[in-house]
Design a protein around this ligand. Structure first.
Ligand SMILES: Cc1cc2nc3c(=O)[nH]c(=O)nc-3n(C[C@H](O)[C@H](O)[C@H](O)COP(=O)(O)OP(=O)(O)OC[C@H]3O[C@@H](n4cnc5c(N)ncnc54)[C@H](O)[C@@H]3O)c2cc1C
Length: 481
């Protein structure tokens, strides 16, 4: 059985599992990775890549339409077939040969099948043909099995063959009518995409649209969705769903409204992929999110590491930040941690230390690719107050920034920053407007580096760019006393 013993066994070859494996192998460890579907995970085939490909053409068209000269060159409408074809290419046509070749070149051993912890440091892999292989980990097992769509218990919904984000990301055709349950990131992005692709979109959002972002940003998205013809049913929810023999879906809402649609997309959050990973063998409850310590070791119900600390969890499955870039950040830290611990070397878990995924707590950047885009990092005004910080929020009209007016006629947007008044540093930044995504990293650096507000005055934004909003926000804030 020696060939089935590795230093590290990783369950799940999504972006996070792949990066943990890569880091461990680069540090001289042997690694086996187990994957039950496609190497590359949700992000590559059903999430980040295909959804952003669905949104990109419409964003480019909007940019052109806001410039009269360029608009004169646009003679037709969006070609949905071409958009879907380009999306297919970005999802690698749902083949993982490229990623498998990369695993091989990196020296990582791939096992196809469902991985399940069967004993301490042991993972049993069940292949599609039912054959099982037992893998032993000398140092660590890493759970990187990600998350999947959570479908709420609404009478009739499961039987109505609803779309989840997977079907929305991989649809072969644009439905005539699409109802979307949920007003979070997936719901609003897919409403933006499918409305632009020609579907008649209806949204049902019990908690309103994008409740976790600054209200000025979600308001702008709501306005644009309405302008695109999207019907918004906010503060209500479906009470029953039925697909009739002709395939039409009927939704009865709590506020008495009845909706008729061709497809219904459920975008009401995620659940961890932990129900079949063998958590019962380590005293944890299958189906739960995994709680981890600063080194990403899985914690038991008593708050101490499971076993003698051989089990780790990274990415969506630990519920710290359900984003590819944050999961890969955890993976980089974890890869190096595993190497250090295997060599009995110290692990640097000090705040901002080499092995600490500290940014998960305070500086998570996120871009929501709606119309307009929303880019945010760190706190909102509401989350800062909930965290007990004494903060001041300032906002500025992005349309009044010279570079924005030049960027597009009628440019509409807004930016806001949250300043910790005790430390006089930035703890949050949100910007909403066309083409603002690339502005975000400056804010991420300001927050993680804890740049004093007074020093930010010396970071001069170039004229005439949209980034001059930084100067306008500082002027609105005023010189720190
Ligand atoms: C519609 C949508 C759009 C998104 N867009 C973005 C975006 O633009 N930017 C961004 O940063 N994030 C985005 N995300 C989030 C992003 O997709 C996730 O954060 C990311 O995929 C998490 O990576 P992961 O490796 O933890 O998990 P996953 O990508 O889910 O990978 C986990 C892997 O584990 C495998 N697996 C599960 N159980 C087992 C088992 N028992 N045995 C073997 N293998 C197993 C799965 O098959 C999968 O391949 C989006 C999510 C959705 C749903």
């Amino acid at each position: 059985m020696t060939e089935n013993t590795f230093d590290v066994v990783v369950i799940g070859a999504g972006p996070v599992g792949e990066n943990v494996a890569d880091g461990a192998v680069k540090g001289g460890l042997t690694v086996a990775i187990v994957e039950s579907e496609l190497v590359g995970g949700e992000c590559s085939y059903w999430a980040c890549m295909p959804t952003k490909a669905l949104l990109r053409d419409a964003a480019a068209l909007r940019a052109v339409r806001d410039l009269p000269g360029a608009n004169a060159a646009v003679t037709g409408e969006l070609d949905a077939t071409a958009v879907l074809a380009r999306r297919d290419a970005f999802a690698s046509h749902w083949h993982d040969d490229g990623q498998v070749a990369w695993l091989e070149s990196a020296g990582i051993t791939l096992l196809r099948g469902v991985g399940r912890i069967s004993a301490a440091r042991t993972v049993e892999v069940t292949a599609a043909d039912g054959r099982t292989t037992a893998l032993t980990a000398r140092h660590a097992v890493v759970i990187a099995t990600g998350s999947s769509a959570r479908v709420p218990h609404v009478p009739g919904l499961a039987d109505a063959a609803p779309w989840t984000s997977r079907e929305a990301a991989s649809a072969e055709a644009v439905p005539g009518r699409l109802a979307i349950i949920g007003g979070g990131v997936v719901g609003t992005e897919m409403a933006t995409a499918y409305a632009a692709l020609g579907a008649q979109v209806t949204m049902i959002a019990r908690d309103g649209l994008l409740p976790a972002v600054e209200p000025f940003a979600s308001d702008l998205v709501a306005e644009r969705l309405k302008a695109q013809g999207v019907a918004l049913h906010l503060r209500t929810e479906p009470e029953s769903v039925r697909r009739d023999v002709a395939g039409t879906v009927h939704l009865a809402l709590a506020d008495g409204t009845t909706l008729v649609t061709d497809e219904v997309l459920v975008a009401t959050g995620r659940k961890p992929n932990t129900s079949t990973v063998g958590l019962d063998h380590v005293g944890l409850t299958p189906g739960d999110w995994l709680r981890v310590d600063e080194s990403l070791r899985v914690l038991g119900s008593d708050g101490t590491p499971v076993g003698d600390g051989w089990l780790y969890a990274a990415g969506d499955v630990n519920h710290r930040a359900l984003l590819t870039h944050q999961g890969k950040y955890q993976a980089r830290a974890l890869g190096e941690t595993l190497v250090a611990r295997a060599g009995d070397n110290p692990v640097d878990l000090a705040p901002w230390g080499r092995h600490a995924a500290t940014a998960d707590d305070c500086a998570v950047p996120q871009v929501i690719f709606t119309d307009p885009e929303i880019a945010s990092v760190g706190h909102t005004s509401a989350s800062a107050q909930a965290a007990g910080l004494r903060v001041r929020a300032v906002e500025y009209d992005l349309g009044a920034v010279a570079g924005a007016g030049l960027h597009a006629d009628g440019y509409t947007g807004r930016a806001g920053m949250i300043v910790d008044e005790d430390r006089k540093v930035l703890v949050g930044f949100t910007v909403a407007g066309p083409d603002v995504a690339e502005l975000l990293h400056a804010a991420t650096i300001a927050i993680t580096a804890e740049v004093p507000i007074d020093r930010l005055w010396h970071a001069v934004p170039a004229y005439p760019t949209i980034s001059e909003v930084w100067l306008r926000l500082l002027e609105t804030y005023g010189r720190a006393a």
